[in-house]
Design a protein around this ligand. Structure first.
Ligand code: ADP
Ligand code: MG
Length: 322
């Protein structure tokens, strides 16, 4: 099958959005942004064996590649419009794998209202995917990392750390506590493979939260990014970090793994700063874990004096020369 057949067969499903005037098939796509809106663009790249385990099912690889990008739009408070998909495919990729991959991607795309409008397809030694998403915001608005104030509460959505435990289930199965049943392992693995972008929460926080970002590289590291951009320090309460029942059971057996939960990454939850006037109970997905304070920019202190890990999260070039 040549490149054109491959695209026609797997990546040329119909676009639905009125804003998308021309999608896959021409030299470039066309989007007509609605009057009174601004566009926001994000891109994220995934490499097999680095961003997902080699044995990840194709539906999940596709889901994750799009979901991590939609999570960036959620973090800006944006509504998704469209995305491009660039694929570096190993030469021996089978049609069945591609069919499952495109099915997984199409399901998330359609339920998120995000049209596939183009991309590129090349041969590669390692499966590599790059997605670029385009979203819309009301003109002049956005939820950025800057803008938080001292006195704002720091809150996170959902549960933190399940994906890092899911990675341990895959990569270091002998570190899984005996009390974690197969269903619990499966749930953790799903949190690693199938992150759910917090799109409706992000949109509801636009104009309410003072700053925000998504949690992708480790809770502490990503809090640090918000602090750097907003010029603040934070006090956090480690015991307030919201954990799933499976993660709590895991920690009861291996308390030292708390560090892994708050630095492990791949959560794709939102981290936001809430000004004092905002009633948190309006956002049931959110849990307050601390507050923003004046102090050395980027510093994170634990409310009860508990030690925080010095390595705050995942770093892509940790072992590189430059
Ligand atoms: P060009 O040579 O002009 O770059 P291509 O032959 O690479 O065009 O692609 C043909 C069309 O297919 C373009 O509209 C492009 O956006 C689209 N396309 C290529 N690869 C993908 C993909 N993986 N997913 C969706 N659309 C794709
Ligand atoms: Mg091309």
């Amino acid at each position: 099958m040549d490149e054109f057949d491959l695209i026609a067969r797997h990546f040329d499903w119909p676009a639905h959005r009125p804003e998308v005037a021309l999608a896959v098939g021409d030299d470039a796509a066309l989007i007509d942004p609605p009057a009174g809106s601004r566009l926001t663009v994000a891109t994220d790249m995934l490499v097999a064996g680095r961003h997902f385990p080699f044995d990840t099912p194709p539906e999940a690889v596709a889901h994750k590649a799009l979901a991590v990008n939609l999570s960036d739009l959620a973090a800006m408070g944006a509504e998704p419009l469209a995305f491009t998909l660039s694929l570096g495919l190993p030469r021996d990729t089978e049609t069945d794998w591609l069919a499952r991959f495109s099915g997984g991607m199409r399901r998330l795309a359609e339920r998120s209202g995000c049209d596939l409008i183009g991309g590129d397809t090349v041969g590669a030694d390692t499966l590599t995917l790059s997605v670029t998403v385009i979203g819309r915001l009301p003109a002049g608005q956005a939820l950025t990392r800057a803008g938080a104030r001292a006195g704002d509460r720091l809150a996170v959505s959902g549960h933190i750390g399940d994906a890092s435990l899911g990675l341990a289930v895959v990569m270091q199965p002998d570190t899984v506590p005996a009390g974690i049943e197969p269903a619990g392992r499966e749930a953790l693995r799903r949190r690693l493979d199938l992150p759910e972008p917090r799109l409706s929460l992000g949109r509801s926080l636009l104009g309410e939260a003072s700053a925000g970002l998504d949690c992708s590289d480790g809770l502490l590291q990503d809090i640090g990014h918000l602090l750097d951009a907003s010029g603040l320090a934070a006090t956090i309460d480690l015991s307030a970090v919201p954990l799933s029942s499976t993660a709590r059971a895991w920690l009861a057996a291996r308390p030292g793994d708390l560090e892994r939960l708050v630095t492990g990454g791949d959560d794709y939850e939102l981290i936001v700063a809430l000004p004092p006037g905002i009633d948190v109970s309006r956002f049931p997905e959110l849990t307050v874990i601390g507050e923003l304070v004046d102090g050395p920019v980027g510093e994170i202190r634990e409310r009860h004096g508990r030690a925080l890990p010095t390595r705050r999260g995942y770093q892509h070039f940790e072992n590189a020369e430059a």
